[in-house]
Design a protein around this ligand. Structure first.
Ligand code: TRP
Ligand code: SF4
Length: 404
């Protein structure tokens, strides 16, 4: 059994909602592609989550799933370093969701801000369902089943990670206490060998008496490095550091993704529902057309009218794509009517074209080889399921369900 180091692991998911656009790229995907250099990453398509709001029109989900995976790959999510998988292919998520539901107070779910917000926002849908209320619990199961220490999410999802932490704490508190825990810890310490045992005891003491976080981290690393002790013993040693029982489900932390500065074509947030997107696979002609027809400062009716970049969505694109010199050129040229809006848009068009060209090319290759995409996902599912199975074995045993 390999042992998991939650601090080194990242998990995140996305609901399949169709082809991705520049907002997703700047907001999420670029971040994922960077994380995969530093962490062991698991990225999944949250198809069950999509059902919580789209249960009446399931037809769009399947195509969206494959489109999304192609977009991830095209944008640089690397199947060599990240596991890419589908939630519904790892049914263990559902089992953990069920088991956690036993210990989830209703009030915790009712108080999650997205519950009421989304019901308000999506008024045309009946979201007074059990599945929708349970959405954040399912998300907690998604995270905890991989014992992921880090969850990159936007600000709107931080409350869900917080709920996950509370559930992990509650679970460990209820089920991490086995009879004879203290004795088992002592036995595990001895198994580390004299030297490591002494270091462990000292660090534990320093942490518990002085709250020294560095000591805690050192002790955790020491435990993780042990080659000759079982996973169960590692969990006991880790749990004992913080004064609890076994840590069966470690608490994750949110890696807050900075809000994307990518505006839509009309200056509002880029979003499919506003019809203001540039998709990652947009053709060069469409990119050209969409940016050329973007609205500009309404005060610039004629070429000679001066404008104000602060009132122009094109300026916001420059802020994403242009260097200092270009920004100066725009500012001066706009307020003095020295440049026309078509001139001003040219560098933006070039920058977006340059960004999308390789992505489009990658996407074309994956589109033309659906078997490759399917096999990448099959591999990812297998790796994910292996991890999920290990966790579930321990969860079942902790909850008294490991009958023979
Ligand atoms: N709820 C997330 C969203 O709407 C998607 C998601 C589902 C997720 N499960 C997750 C994100 C687990 C991070 C971790 O964007
Ligand atoms: Fe906008 Fe540029 Fe035209 Fe000024 S010159 S209004 S910044 S497009």
């Amino acid at each position: 059994m390999n042992s998991v180091v939650p601090q080194h692991r990242v998990l995140s998911g996305m609901r399949p909602t169709g082809k991705l656009h520049l907002g997703h790229y700047h907001g999420v995907l670029k971040n994922w592609t960077q994380l995969q250099h530093e962490y062991e990453c698991f990225f999944f398509v949250a198809d069950w989550h999509a059902l919580t709001t789209h249960y009446e029109d399931v037809s769009i989900i399947e195509q969206s799933v494959w489109d999304m995976v192609v977009d991830w790959l095209a944008a640089g999510v690397n199947p060599g370093s990240s596991s890419i998988f589908l939630q519904s292919r790892v049914p263990e998520h559902a089992e953990l969701n069920l088991l956690l539901s036993m210990i989830t107070p209703l009030g915790w779910l009712e108080r999650v801000p997205t519950y009421k917000d989304q019901q308000e926002k999506l008024k045309e849908k009946d979201l007074a369902t059990y599945g929708f209320l349970g959405y954040p619990l399912l998300q907690s199961a998604d995270i905890l089943i991989y014992r992921a220490g880090n969850v990159p999410v936007g600000a709107d999802q931080v409350a869900h990670v917080e709920l996950t932490r509370e559930l992990a704490r509650r679970f460990n508190h209820l089920y991490g206490r086995e009879p004879g825990f203290e004795e088992a810890v002592e036995a595990a310490i001895t198994k580390m060998g004299k030297k490591a045992a002494k270091i462990y005891r000292n660090l534990r003491k320093t942490y518990q008496e002085q709250g020294d976080d560095e000591a805690l981290e050192k002790a955790q690393a020491l435990v993780q490095d042990q080659q000759n002790i079982t996973l169960g013993d590692k969990e006991r040693l880790l749990g004992s550091l913080e004064g609890g029982g076994k840590v069966i489900l470690p608490e994750p932390k949110a890696l807050l993704t900075p809000a994307s500065k990518m505006p839509g074509l009309d200056g509002q947030k880029m979003s499919k529902s506003y019809g203001n997107t540039i998709s990652l696979r947009e053709s060069p002609d469409e990119v050209d057309r969409k940016i050329r027809t973007m609205p500009t400062d309404p005060a610039r009716v004629r070429r000679n009218d001066p404008g104000d970049p602060a009132k122009c969505p094109v300026w916001q694109f420059h802020e994403v794509y242009s260097d200092e010199a270009t920004l100066e050129w725009v500012k001066n040229g706009c307020v003095s009517a020295g440049i026309g809006c078509i001139d001003c848009k040219r560098p933006v068009i070039e920058a977006v074209q340059a960004e999308l060209a390789p992505i489009r090319e990658n996407a074309r290759q994956y589109e033309s080889d659906p078997d490759l995409v399917r096999s990448i996902v099959a591999d990812g599912c297998e790796k994910a399921q292996e991890e999920a199975r290990q966790t579930m074995k321990e969860v079942r045993s902790a909850m008294g369900l490991s009958y023979r």
